[in-house]
Write a protein that binds this ligand. Structure first.
Ligand SMILES: O=P(O)(O)OC[C@H]1O[C@H](OP(=O)(O)OP(=O)(O)O)[C@H](O)[C@@H]1O
Ligand code: HPA
Ligand SMILES: [Mg+2]
Length: 167
């Protein structure tokens, strides 16, 4: 455990909420690409950025989608971020007209590493915590640093006991 833990609050995001928030992100990005306002390509930061990137690419009609793989957390413990797979650099170039999409920015360390590979790209996340905010150009919802965001792919529906029960 590191000193950011334990997180005092949990923010639980359903698929429906994620879909709406990723669409809101696309809405904010629409028409803000360089030159004619269009974006050339989307690069998703795996794995969490893949679902939001798919939704953004669909809304903005972007057909070129690539990935960059960064490993930085083991469960809730953070280690040094490492790029373990780069996008096709012939396509992304210096990042001009490219949207880098991730589910959230927390400390900003993942994006710091990713940005170096595509310095002119536009970075967008669905959620942002204050420490990482300077690394992001566009986001939808900010949560406090001591909030842990739970994504739908890490959760399941389950029975909840009524407030007033037998035991
Ligand atoms: O701003 P930071 O403090 O660097 O943290 C944010 C990153 O951490 C999570 O990914 P993770 O490395 O856990 O991998 P995953 O996307 O495969 O779940 C999240 O999806 C972001 O990519
Ligand atoms: O709040 C979070 N939720 C899920 N994954 C994360 N990776 C860094 N911060 C978080
Ligand atoms: Mg991630």
């Amino acid at each position: 455990m590191n000193d950011r833990l334990p997180h005092e609050k949990g923010f639980h995001v359903s698929w429906d909420q994620l879909h709406r928030d990723a669409r809101a992100l696309a809405w904010r990005l629409q028409g803000h690409g360089p030159d004619d306002g269009a974006w050339r390509a989307v690069v998703a930061i795996t794995r969490g950025g893949m679902a939001p990137a798919m939704i953004v690419a669909r809304e903005l009609d972007i057909r070129t989608v690539d990935t960059i793989s960064v490993k930085s957390y083991n469960h809730q413990e953070q280690a040094e971020p490492r790029i373990i797979k780069t996008p096709d650099m012939e396509i992304v170039g210096d990042g001009t007209g490219v949207l880098i999409v991730d589910d959230l920015v927390d400390t900003g360390r993942t994006l710091e590493v990713v940005r170096r590979t595509m310095p002119k790209a536009h970075v967008a996340t669905v959620y942002a915590k204050p420490q990482g905010r300077p690394q992001v150009e566009t986001f939808v919802t900010e949560v406090s640093q001591d909030t842990w965001i739970f994504f739908p792919w890490d959760m399941a529906l389950q029975y909840v006991k009524p407030y007033r029960g037998d035991d």
